[in-house]
Design a protein around this ligand. Structure first.
Ligand SMILES: Cc1cc2nc3c(=O)[nH]c(=O)nc-3n(C[C@H](O)[C@H](O)[C@H](O)COP(=O)(O)OP(=O)(O)OC[C@H]3O[C@@H](n4cnc5c(N)ncnc54)[C@H](O)[C@@H]3O)c2cc1C
Length: 361
């Protein structure tokens, strides 16, 4: 019997695992070390999996199911006293200067649409700046109606609050594993029948003593939050160029410009060079942002496995790993946490996790 589970890490994946375990009556202990660089706290919040992972079925399947799961999650959390998890289907505009740049992605979307109707209508937009006013007027776009945006912090906090209402306890400290899979909190044993390791880019450190996990590490992203005073940007579509920076609106007149993709180890600082890169590219794409106020900058460490695929599955008896979601963890994170919760208590998950084995070498 798996009655007591420790969840190591309380980013979006760990929070979701804790929530889904707690609603199944499991006694959950969440351990989180408040390390700088949590990816969930920095993430932009784009949920639009259908435009990526061409030719990578394993990744596409997880991201697809993750996006699909948001509606169910919103219902579950609403019933649990969390009526607004910030998930809003605002649509996305794939923008380009030349319509020819959109031909390939349009074919990809149309090919996927019958098996993913939630992507919504695909339509050409002649003047995307009418839908996202700061945008450069010379662009054309393809609209993906079902794309959504979320605030990672809001989703994470709603999941954790609901888990606590179902009896989960949340402790601060460093979780680690012994070579036999027993869990420690700051070096002292914690009573548990099993562990979910959702420690993001730091998962390798937690699982190190077990010795045979696919390596996972950090990929830094820096991101800028700007404000356009008096402008209601909450309903604006997500702006996705085929290459380069993206833009998305949030309530409170916010526009998010992101993000860098950097190999900087566990350095989670916001740097002058990172901000310069994001701002220059963002203002080039949307000159109307030149006068926006900069209200916040963030940096986070995306967890990325050595071979690029997520890690989701049992590592050893009583230890399930859920990480490596890279640039798609706000999309797939709640679903991955749900799958991890199923696996750790021996419930058959709704997804074949074979391709994501954390022990694949
Ligand atoms: C700039 C940026 C933009 C992004 N934009 C998007 C986007 O638009 N769409 C999308 O889908 N995804 C996006 N992502 C990716 C997404 O944010 C991540 O994939 C996701 O948040 C990872 O969640 P996680 O729970 O696995 O890890 P994290 O959120 O990093 O959480 C891991 C937690 O584990 C804790 N921890 C570490 N070691 C220990 C230990 N030993 N004991 C206890 N706790 C420990 C850490 O402190 C942390 O709190 C973005 C990421 C970044 C950085």
């Amino acid at each position: 019997m798996t009655d007591r589970v420790v969840v190591a890490g309380s980013g979006i994946v760990g929070a979701s695992a804790a929530y889904h375990l707690s609603i199944r009556g499991v006694a959950v202990t969440v351990i989180d070390r408040p390390t700088a660089g949590q990816a969930t706290a920095a993430g932009a919040g784009i949920v639009c999996p259908w435009v990526d992972h061409d030719g990578d079925d394993a990744w596409y399947r997880l991201a697809l199911e993750g996006a699909r799961y948001y509606r169910r999650l919103a219902e579950l959390l609403a019933e649990d006293g969390e009526p607004d998890i910030s998930h809003a289907e605002v649509g996305a505009l794939l923008v380009a200067e030349d319509p020819a740049e959109l031909v390939h992605v349009e074919a990809l979307l149309r090919g996927r649409r019958s098996s993913a109707p939630e992507m919504g209508a695909i339509s050409e937009v002649d003047r995307p700046c009418e839908l996202f006013p700061p945008l450069s007027p010379g662009l054309v776009a393809l609209r993906v109606g079902g794309a959504a945006r979320v605030d990672g912090r809001t989703v994470r906090d709603a999941l954790l609050r609901a888990a606590v209402r179902h009896g989960a306890r949340v402790l601060t400290g460093t979780a680690s594993l012994t070579g036999s899979g027993a869990c420690l909190l700051d070096g002292s044993p914690v009573e548990a029948d099993a562990v979910v390791v959702a420690a993001g880019a730091w998962a390798g450190e937690v699982c190190g003593p077990l010795g045979h996990m696919t390596p996972v590490g950090p990929r830094r992203g820096q991101i800028v939050h700007a404000e356009l005073p008096g402008v209601e940007s909450a309903g604006w579509p997500i702006i996705l160029p085929r290459l380069g920076p993206y833009l998305l609106g949030f309530p409170g007149s916010r526009v998010v410009l992101g993000a860098t993709v950097e190999e900087a180890g566990f350095d989670s600082r916001v740097t002058a060079g990172g901000l310069a890169e994001v701002l220059a590219a963002g203002v080039r794409l949307a000159p109307g942002l030149a006068d926006a106020s900069i209200v916040e900058t963030r940096a986070g460490l995306r967890p990325v496995a050595a071979d690029g695929l997520p890690l989701l599955g049992p590592l050893t008896e009583g230890v399930v790993v859920a990480t490596g979601l890279g640039a798609y963890g706000l999309t797939a994170g709640p679903y991955a946490g749900f799958v991890a919760a199923c696996l750790v208590i021996g419930e058959t998950p709704p997804l074949d996790v074979t391709p994501y084995s954390p022990a694949r070498g």
